[in-house]
Design a protein around this ligand. Sequence first.
Ligand SMILES: NC(=O)c1ccc[n+]([C@@H]2O[C@H](COP(=O)([O-])OP(=O)(O)OC[C@H]3O[C@@H](n4cnc5c(N)ncnc54)[C@H](O)[C@@H]3O)[C@@H](O)[C@H]2O)c1
Ligand SMILES: O[C@H]1[C@H](O)[C@@H](O)[C@H](O)[C@@H](O)[C@H]1O
Length: 342
Amino acid sequence: MNRREPLGIAVIGAGRMGADHVRRIDRVISGARVAAVVDLDGERAKAVAAGVDGCTAHTDAAEVMASADVDAVLVASSGPAHEAALLTAFAHDLPVLCEKPLTPDAASALRVMEAEQALGHRRVQVGFMRRYDTEYVRLKALLATGQLGRPLMLHNRHRNVASPPFFTSSMLISDSVAHEVDATRWLLGHEITAVTVLRPVPSSGAPEGLRDPQFVVLETDGGALSDVEIFVNCGFGYQVQAEAVCERGTARIGDGHQLVTNMAGRWGGTIAQDWTERFAQAYDAEVQAWVDATRRGEVTGPSTWDGYAAAAVCEAGVRALEEGGRATVELAEKPALYRAEA
Ligand SMILES: NC(=O)c1ccc[n+]([C@@H]2O[C@H](COP(=O)([O-])OP(=O)(O)OC[C@H]3O[C@@H](n4cnc5c(N)ncnc54)[C@H](O)[C@@H]3O)[C@@H](O)[C@H]2O)c1
Ligand SMILES: O[C@H]1[C@H](O)[C@@H](O)[C@H](O)[C@@H](O)[C@H]1O
């Protein structure tokens, strides 16, 4: 592509993430402008587009993607709407940044992967933003040096203050642990082969009927284990932590000690309250990397294969949750289009 002028982006979905990405493209990053905002809720689209010069508001994504003013698409609608948006973007051969999950299940992710292969080139970067978080990037770089030896285990904690009213027990895996599934695959360079889900007595702070917290163990084809405490109604803050235990040492991120105070006989700091705060730098870097690559005519970052693999692992996780115990992951063969990637 190699463009001088800013990239015209259509943002599909003007909810919490979509509105935040519109702000980011308009005010934080460079090389792009928001050309259009689309939401099934027209008033929401108008409200988000209103603050942006030259941006139009719509309710029909297909109509917008056919417009000459749109060079690329950021999909931030709800997960079940992603497949249709991706297939329409492919029909116009448009580059896409698609929020996680790529799609909510492995079968639909496979359909998207087949459609991208039919184009013959990659078009999608999946929104696994932890790959752009400075702490995760440092951890991956350290593991790659080999100084700590082979990684044996990853211990992950993922805590949200409170879950939204529509959250179900399986969404703790498919919506939340999806991030640790991708982080594990990316940090270790392994595929995940089996998932075990253990369920303690639910917290009294969780909504009636929600299995919260859960303890998830991922087994990898490199012989490592990655465990995840997922607790989406912890009440006190948004915490994402990871510790790699290797043969000669350990490395840990996410303690959030940016500012430590000593006062009145106590020491301490503050805890982020949600992902927009904890991962602000990562979202900025993710969207900037997508815009820069797109303007160079390239596609980088987490691929459709990564989105598919995460969907397949999460599907096994939901099976393990519902049936109790351990479920194995059946992955399709990795297509040639994605084989060159790490
Ligand atoms: N990367 C992250 O850390 C992160 C964090 C939160 C959410 N997400 C993901 O971002 C996406 C959006 O999440 P959210 O929290 O903003 O949800 P949200 O419910 O606030 O917003 C979703 C919006 O999409 C709209 N929508 C649904 N179907 C549509 C369609 N066919 N066409 C146009 N608009 C449509 C809805 O009307 C709604 O306004 C989800 O995929 C979610 O998993 C990612
Ligand atoms: O969709 C969101 C999101 O992706 C967050 O990063 C995660 O912490 C939440 O648990 C999840 O519901």
